[in-house]
Design a protein around this ligand. Structure first.
Ligand code: ATP
Ligand code: MG
Length: 556
């Protein structure tokens, strides 16, 4: 970012903190709960935190927030690490697990008890809720709040030793039952839960609550700016209370920003889990989803996601971003970088009747008209080709400039051809289109200045490779809502189209998983890592070439 560009509100806070000596460095973190796959929203948080660390020559930590033993799964830890690494966020040697801090959290709780700032309560969860009051009504003092420090220390020790059943006792912070902020009305900070933890096993039967654990994790790691999403704004006073009462010398500061929402896209773990479990999608990385794994499989690049996140900006106000903006970013990223090739998705045969039978010649085609450095390739050309079925019409509609009897078009990088007619099967479907070519137009250049209005792509019938191509649409129709009235999922029946008989240029025969190409006129495509095999390639359409999206003008 150049100096003249305006800074976002978080950078302004950091600048001020550095100028005033509140901190002398910037240290951020990304703290996912390992309870699902990361999605595009998380990518925003990752790139924001990592980007700030980079910009200010600071540090970025990776931390699994695995303090809640019910939901976490080891299987998600690996996927999350892989996704973050793929996005390019480098935590160097700073990979942490919050569960490794359970001892310090316990000590922190003991410290609060000793300061008279925490007490053990026997109220049930329901009673605690009743005592808490409402937005308009102050809470009531907990009848156990008057326990002595000694008694609290003893009871808390017994909680830890396993003397009590789940829910029998909790540790509450003593703050203010009359606070206008309900989070400050003596929040529970430790609970009894006899559960096995994936990291600490059965060592603990008490676990810290998120609002108590998180500030401690940040403080232990020396985080300066603890960036989270807006729903934690009301929890910030509690965050500050914890780091203040525990007397950390350089307490971290919580800053909230608005979550990223995309139109027609669902990121909720519950919804995606249901799609996966009901077999509607092919796992967490189905290319129709917007998990990071799915975007990668579909053919998105880390650069495109970074561009997208940068365009979204950082804001304090919730809003939804058009999915078309993400598509714009991947087009922008790939259009100069990736080679172009011809692929026919819905083939019909084209026979050039005046081209010598049995002859093949090699024609040269540039790999990317806008980027010469990508070089060129040779494509075999012969008497029989495949073209797109929609590039021929026996009776053309208005403004149709492609093949129809009597019309001349350019075969891309090849020759001018004039359509002479077609053959049909008993149902009236076109099986072969016929034409003649002008040998003087080799390379697709006009021999005498005459013009053609249409240029169509093709592949040689004999040498082309058969491939499967998958086209995607949004999986839900957001206007109708995510769920139907009966609770079933509201799905777009056209979200996946599988084309089994497509033909691609022979130059692509060695394409490997994640390789992407622009198939001229058809869009950008990527080799599917899961289902594509040597000799049986499968391509995912990343995005079509047409865009309705216009880049918004900068306001400042
Ligand atoms: P979800 O419920 O959408 O899967 P989460 O908040 O439960 O998300 P966490 O693992 O708790 O997921 O989040 C890790 C980090 O990612 C948090 O700092 C959170 O604020 C951030 N985050 C989650 N969703 C978004 C989003 N849509 N936009 C930006 N940041 C997000
Ligand atoms: Mg969460």
């Amino acid at each position: 970012m150049s100096e003249t560009e305006s800074k976002n509100f978080i950078e302004q806070i950091i600048d001020k903190d550095l100028a005033e000596g509140v901190y002398d460095e910037v240290h951020t973190r990304f703290p996912p709960e390992p309870n699902g796959y990361l999605h595009i929203g998380h990518a925003k948080s990752i790139l924001l935190n990592y980007g700030l660390a980079q910009k200010y020559h600071g540090k970025f930590n990776m931390r699994f927030d695995d303090t809640n033993p019910t939901k976490e799964k080891v299987e998600f830890v690996d996927s999350i690490k892989a996704d973050i690494a793929w996005l390019g966020a480098d935590w160097e040697d700073r990979l942490f697990f919050a569960s490794n801090y359970f001892d310090q959290m316990y000590e922190g709780a003991v410290k609060l008890i000793k300061k008279g700032k925490a007490y053990v309560s026997d109220l049930t969860a329901e009673e605690i809720r009743e005592y808490r009051g409402t937005l308009t009504e102050a809470g009531k003092e907990d009848p156990y709040a008057k326990r002595s420090i000694e008694e609290n220390l003893k009871l808390f020790e017994e909680m830890k030793a396993g003397k009590y059943a789940d829910g029998e006792k909790v540790l509450r912070a003593r703050i203010d039952m009359a606070s206008p902020n309900i989070n400050m009305r003596d929040p529970v900070i430790y609970r009894v839960a006899h559960m096995t933890h994936h990291n600490t096993g059965d060592k603990w039967c008490i676990y810290p609550m998120y609002d108590f654990a998180h500030p401690i994790e940040d403080a232990i790691e020396g985080i300066t700016h603890s960036i989270c999403t807006l729903e934690f704004e009301d929890h910030r006073p509690l965050y500050d209370w914890v780091v203040t009462e525990l007397e950390y010398p350089h307490p971290p500061k919580q800053i909230e920003f608005a979550k990223l929402y995309l139109t027609n896209v669902v990121t909720g773990k519950r919804y995606i889990k249901r799609l996966v479990e009901e077999g509607i999608v092919d796992g967490w990385d189905d290319p129709r989803l917007v998990s990071i794994a799915a975007l990668r499989r579909r053919g998105f690049t880390p650069e495109s996601i970074k561009m997208f996140v940068d365009l979204c900006g950082v804001s304090k106000a919730n809003s939804s971003v058009d999915y078309a903006m993400l598509e714009y970013c991947i087009r922008e990223d790939l259009k100069m970088k990736r080679p172009r090739a011809m692929a026919v998705l819905d083939p019909v045969k084209l026979v050039i009747d005046n081209y010598p039978e049995g002859q093949t010649e090699m024609l040269t085609a540039p790999n990317n008209l806008e980027n010469e450095s990508l070089g060129s390739r040779e494509i075999p050309f012969g008497r029989e080709l495949y073209i797109e079925r929609e590039d021929f019409m026996e009776e053309p509609v208005k403004k149709y400039f492609r093949l129809f009897p009597g019309n001349e078009v350019r075969l891309m990088n090849a020759y001018f051809v004039t359509c002479t007619g077609c053959e049909k099967d008993e149902n009236g479907n076109v099986t072969v289109v016929h034409c003649t070519y002008d040998p003087a137009s080799r390379g697709g250049n006009s021999p005498d200045g005459r013009k053609v209005k249409g240029t169509i792509h093709w592949v040689p019938a004999k040498e082309a490779i058969k491939a499967e191509v998958r086209l995607y649409e949004n999986i839900i129709d957001e206007e109708k809502g995510v769920y139907n009235e009966d609770g079933s999922l509201n799905l777009n029946p056209n979200s996946l189209t599988v084309l089994k008989e497509c033909y691609i240029e022979p130059a692509l025969k060695d394409a490997k998983a994640y390789d992407s190409f622009q198939f001229v006129r058809n869009g950008f495509f990527c080799v599917d890592y899961k289902d594509s095999k040597e000799g049986a390639l499968v391509f995912n359409r990343i995005v079509s070439l047409k865009s309705s999206f216009v880049l918004p003008k900068k306001e400042d």
